[in-house]
Ligand binder design. Structure first.
Ligand code: ADP
Ligand code: MG
Length: 563
């Protein structure tokens, strides 16, 4: 009976099913909603167990139970969920079975309409009809089944609600009147979770306010009820919708903004850049090519090479055989991870061939068809990171933080100190030089975060995140400067870096302290590693390094070094 979740989403619809589908589309667990994605459980005993002993994904298993034909009475008895809710899910399963009898050319308009009004995404319908998402999109437009936007009535119809707070549904009357002002869409970061928490909401909110100052009408898209970005008076207009391509695209078509800001909403927003590019929608700030270059290990390491910047040897492999073969070039210890993940998911340090083989097999079992990234692990290195604002010509480094734990503990889980407490002049200058070079080479317009591992006075690049990072809000607060506001104005092309009069309040040090929730998860491995586990953080100011608290946590770092 103790709470375990770390975040939440909200879906708003005209009916329960539509709202439920939207909430499921917002989860970012690589599902397209509830059902219709081919990812259901089909083993009866597993499903029954899950119904009786609820876990985070029981909702999905209730759906699977109906699909498998487990009797309503059994599902009700095991879950003790009110009949009404179960009937709603059962209805979805029935509808899907009906739709599956058709293909894209034969699907009757009534069924398409029913699916859309019950919240099914085009991708889900495409799965049922075995066709492309874009074909479903086209077909529903031909059938004149289009999204409209409704005002959330915050005054229960007692008097006219003036709050510009919208959700989509499939009806005829649209209530979201489009203005003729120049407008910009800011993509939010979705639900809070480990690895992508509230810090991205901070950046979104400050971005919205900065764009307003520049005279833009601001449009926020997000589905997280806990955040300030989803307050009805933060942006000029709020679409309380999943940060999910179909919803975003429809809003873009409706609003016709000058562009979309993807740099502020963490990986969630950044990941959507590819689709925006493909559909010819302007990305505000750093270009898609640069975002892609920074994310792609192969091309990014080429950029580093061209700029004489060191990085740990790495390679990409497709199977365990391949991994063992290439291991000789990389050298143990090695960091193994799936090639497209967030928050260090599935990352592991391996020290010999046996461990390497086991982990590669594990990774590929969980994400078949993925590639595996092998990095040489810099043992006992110091980790540091820098955040900067760049306009394509000038770079302003807003802060450099030195971690207390050695590299190998995820940056989100380390204690970190602003500014660095014992990096020499040479290392500091290398960090600054590399940050400038990388920001310029990527033609960054806006924010960039770069992570470093320092060993024997060599500064290696671990990664570059071409977006607002977890540490940006921390630096803003410690130095009392509105860096996200500045960066947004740079992204929009309204200001250059040299237009700002930077006046950070620098006294003493600010320590970032990670917060863990392990007491809620008694059976979870509490050992820290490259996969992030903390659920929050706090800031602690000290005047100087002789501070008892600092000395205490600093001495505890030896614990990690001795392992
Ligand atoms: N080559 C390396 N040597 C030592 N530690 C590393 C190396 N690469 C990554 N790490 C550690 O793993 C953590 C997560 O890796 P990172 O590439 O930053 O992934 P993420 O995208 O999850 O932030 C880093 O914060 C760092 O502590
Ligand atoms: Mg990182």
């Amino acid at each position: 009976f103790s709470m375990k979740s770390v975040g939440e989403t909200m879906g708003i619809g005209r009916n329960f099913q539509e709202a439920l589908q939207k909430a499921c589309q917002s989860l970012e667990i690589k599902r397209n909603g509830l059902g219709a994605d081919g990812k259901e459980l089909t083993k009866q005993d597993q499903i029954l167990h899950s119904l009786e002993f609820p876990s985070w994904n029981r909702l999905f298993h209730i759906y699977d139970a109906f699909k498998l034909g487990i009797p309503f009475k059994t599902i009700q008895k095991l879950t003790m969920i009110d009949k009404w809710f179960l009937e709603q899910i059962e209805e979805l399963v029935v509808l899907e079975k009906e739709i599956s009898k058709y293909n894209i050319d034969t699907l009757p308009v009534e069924l398409m309409s029913a699916a859309k009004s019950k919240g099914y995404a085009d991708r889900q319908i495409a799965h049922l009809l075995k066709c492309l998402e874009s074909e479903v999109f086209k077909k529903r437009h031909e059938m004149d089944i289009k999204r409209v936007y409704k005002l959330v009535d915050t005054c229960s119809a007692e008097f006219e609600a003036k709050t510009p707070y919208y959700y989509s549904t499939f009806q005829h009357e649209n209530e979201s009147v489009v203005s003729d002002k120049k407008k910009v869409i800011i993509l939010g970061s979705g639900p809070n979770r480990i690895g992508q928490g509230i810090e991205f909401d901070y950046s979104c909110v400050h971005g919205v306010l900065a764009a307003k100052e520049c005279g833009y009408e601001t449009i926020m898209i997000n589905c997280n009820p806990e955040t300030v970005s989803t307050d009805f008076d933060t942006a000029d207009k709020l679409y309380f919708e999943p940060v999910f391509w179909e919803h975003i695209y429809d809003i873009i078509l409706h609003e016709n903004p000058v562009g979309v800001i993807v740099q502020l909403g963490g990986q969630t927003a950044l990941k959507l850049a590819e689709k925006l590019q493909r559909y010819g929608i302007k990305i505000i700030g750093t270009s898609y090519e640069a975002l892609d270059l920074a994310e792609d290990r192969g091309s990014f390491s080429k950029l580093l090479q061209e700029n004489d910047i060191p990085y740990p040897p790495f390679t990409v492999v497709e199977d365990a055989d391949n991994a063992l073969e290439k291991a000789k070039d990389i050298g143990f210890p090695m960091l193994v991870r799936p090639s497209y993940v967030l928050g260090g998911q599935g990352m592991k340090i391996v020290i010999n061939e046996k461990e390497l083989e086991e982990h590669v097999v594990d990774v590929l079992r969980d994400i078949p068809g993925n590639k595996v990234l092998l990095d040489h692990f810099l043992d006992g290195a110091i980790e540091a990171e820098a955040d900067a604002i760049c306009d394509g010509e000038d770079v302003h480094i807003i802060g450099i933080m030195q971690h207390i734990e050695p590299a190998g503990i995820h940056s989100g889980d380390s204690y970190a100190v602003l500014p660095p407490y014992n990096l020499g002049d040479l290392v500091m200058q290398l960090i600054e030089t590399y940050t400038r070079k990388i920001a310029l080479a990527l033609k960054t317009k806006g924010l960039i975060n770069i992570q470093f591992a320092i060993k024997n006075d060599t500064v290696y690049i671990i990664e570059a995140n071409p977006r607002a990072s977890r540490t940006v809000p921390f630096i803003c607060k410690a130095y009392q400067e509105p860096y996200v506001n500045y960066a947004t104005k740079v992204m929009l092309g309204e200001k250059k870096v040299k237009d700002f009069d930077f006046k950070p309040v620098k006294k003493g040090y600010a320590i970032k302290e990670p917060i863990f929730s392990f007491n809620k998860f008694p059976n979870v491995n509490k050992e820290l590693g490259p996969e992030m586990k903390s659920t929050g953080e706090s800031i602690y100011f000290i005047d100087d390094l002789m501070d008892d608290y600092f000395l205490k946590i600093y001495s505890e770092r030896n614990l990690y070094l001795s392992r």
